[in-house]
Design a protein around this ligand. Structure first.
Ligand SMILES: Cc1cc2nc3c(=O)[nH]c(=O)nc-3n(C[C@H](O)[C@H](O)[C@H](O)COP(=O)(O)OP(=O)(O)OC[C@H]3O[C@@H](n4cnc5c(N)ncnc54)[C@H](O)[C@@H]3O)c2cc1C
Length: 459
């Protein structure tokens, strides 16, 4: 039994328990998205799985909201809460690589930068996010797209096992043989089922990639989007590329007189043989003259961190996402109308390709169900002044409303805002009933509800 005061909780945990009276509280309660300016009653800086068990027990017994924070990147800021308890895992960042079995075991506060640095030393990697500061935890549990997914599958497809603290404070290992229903639900079901304290991944060989951005005049974006929708169907799976709209940052590879202009962008990452990159990228380069390009050979962790400066912590964010099986002419028209109005340097729209290896997994094999989708679109506004809240969110909402009729009803849970809770069943479709049943088994009281929430099935 956990005690019933914060001091009892302090006695039971190795890590610090930070309350509003403590120095460092304002730092401890922060997550990436500054709109999530919440004031928890306590932030437990968990030092081990035992601290996680104590925190889960305390929150449940006290009837408090429990937020679980890995990398802290959640778009709605689910890694913090008002008046409740935060299980802050961000101090747990260890990664152990076993080159013999090509696996890695990572703690739940590790970022993709941590994981990639550790695995790259062995010439290995697994599918991770586009930027290095995102946490492995939330990204893996939601599915996981990134530069390597067309060839290696989603991040959750590379998850081999997970240690989990469930709502009743038990410590379980979930894999294909042990607690297999929990393991199924963790692969796409988000943070609904427990706190993962260790992730084990399958790794694959990746060393140098040929990667970077190409920037185009807006007038070429119609052709580029039409080219992209066809090209990506048959492009070699080692090629990940995504188009978007981007305000040109003040970087040396971009002509100075174009800094601040809104341009079209295509980011590429070729993880096949370096000498084949020019041939593979030629059709894209032939399509239109580039305003600027910074594509070249680099170690895989370098492309994973190349865009980090565009998305620093502490800015305000609002996100929406959807899946699409086709990029229709009408969808492209909507992108051409709204994309060029991208409001700030860090705001953007990307259309990620999720075909290839992710589609070779059956929709019912993991909780993540949109296996037939070819595209995952994300629209995000990022700004700093609270006075901009209404205008920035309006840009995302209007843009999303324009593409929604040409998209699937569901989207990727990790690209969803707080106001997308009504889409949770759409995100999981045929898998929702099983998820609700697994939720009832492992979290009947819905302790883990600060997420895209799956409600426990009725008894
Ligand atoms: C700048 C940026 C870039 C991104 N790029 C990509 C990308 O390339 N590909 C992609 O797929 N997604 C991407 N995302 C979305 C990302 O996958 C989600 O924001 C994800 O939830 C972040 O995980 P986190 O651990 O950093 O976040 P957190 O805010 O810590 O957690 C997110 C959710 O997971 C839960 N959670 C966290 N840790 C655990 C745990 N150990 N056990 C159980 N539940 C837990 C939390 O409670 C919360 O509900 C990006 C997000 C940002 C902000």
């Amino acid at each position: 039994m956990a005690g019933h005061t914060v001091d009892d909780l302090r006695e039971r945990t190795r890590g610090d328990v930070v309350t509003p009276q403590d120095r460092g509280y304002d730092e401890a309660r922060k997550v990436y998205n500054a709109t999530a300016d919440r004031r928890p009653a306590a932030v437990v800086r968990c030092a081990n799985a035992g601290d996680v068990m104590a925190t889960v027990n305390y929150a449940r017994e006290m009837g408090l909201d429990l937020a679980v924070r890995g990398g802290g990147h959640s778009a709605p800021g689910y890694g913090t809460c008002d008046d409740g308890v935060v299980a802050d895992l961000s101090g747990l960042r260890g990664v152990r690589v076993d080159p013999a079995t090509r696996t890695a075991r990572a703690e739940p506060g590790a970022t993709w930068g941590d994981l990639n640095a550790a695995t790259h030393a062995f010439g290995l990697a697994t599918t991770g996010g586009i930027v290095s500061t995102t946490g492995i935890a939330g990204l893996t549990l939601g599915g996981g797209f990134g530069y390597l997914c067309r060839t290696m599958g989603l991040t959750c497809d590379n998850l081999l096992s997970a240690d989990v603290v469930t709502a009743d404070g038990r410590f379980l290992t979930a894999d294909a043989d042990r607690n297999a229903d929990l393991f199924w639900a963790l692969r796409g079901g988000g943070g609904n089922f427990g706190v993962v304290t260790s992730f084990e991944y399958r790794l694959s060989p990746v060393d140098q990639v040929v990667a970077g951005p190409m920037l185009f005049e807006l007038e070429h974006m119609e052709n580029i989007l039409k080219f992209y929708r066809e090209f990506v169907q048959d492009a070699p799976e080692q090629l990940f590329l995504f188009p978007g709209f981007q305000t040109a940052p003040p970087l040396p590879f971009i002509p100075e007189d174009r800094h601040g202009d809104v341009l079209g962008i295509v980011v590429v990452c070729w993880s096949g043989p370096v000498e084949e990159a020019d041939r593979v990228l030629r059709p894209l380069r032939d399509l239109a003259p580039r305003v600027a390009e910074a594509v070249g050979p680099m170690p895989y962790p370098a492309i994973n961190s190349a865009f980090d400066p565009l998305l620093p912590p502490g800015l305000r964010e609002y996100w929406k996402g959807s899946f699409a099986t086709e990029l229709t002419d009408a969808a492209i028209a909507a992108h051409l109308e709204h994309g060029p109005q991208v409001p700030t340097l860090s705001s953007t729209m990307h259309i990620y390709p999720v075909n290839g290896a992710p589609q070779r997994v059956a929709p019912e094999a993991t909780a993540y169900s949109y296996r037939e989708a070819t595209f995952s679109t994300v629209i995000l506004a990022v700004w700093d002044d609270p006075a901009g809240d209404a205008a920035q969110t309006a840009w995302v909402r209007d843009y999303y409303a324009a593409v929604a009729p040409h998209s699937e009803p569901g989207g990727y849970i990790n690209f969803m805002g707080e106001d997308d809770q009504g889409r949770v069943e759409d995100n999981y479709r045929g898998n929702y009933a099983r998820l609700a049943a697994v939720k009832r088994q492992y979290d009947p009281g819905n302790l883990f509800h600060l997420n895209q929430n799956i409600k426990p099935a009725a008894a």
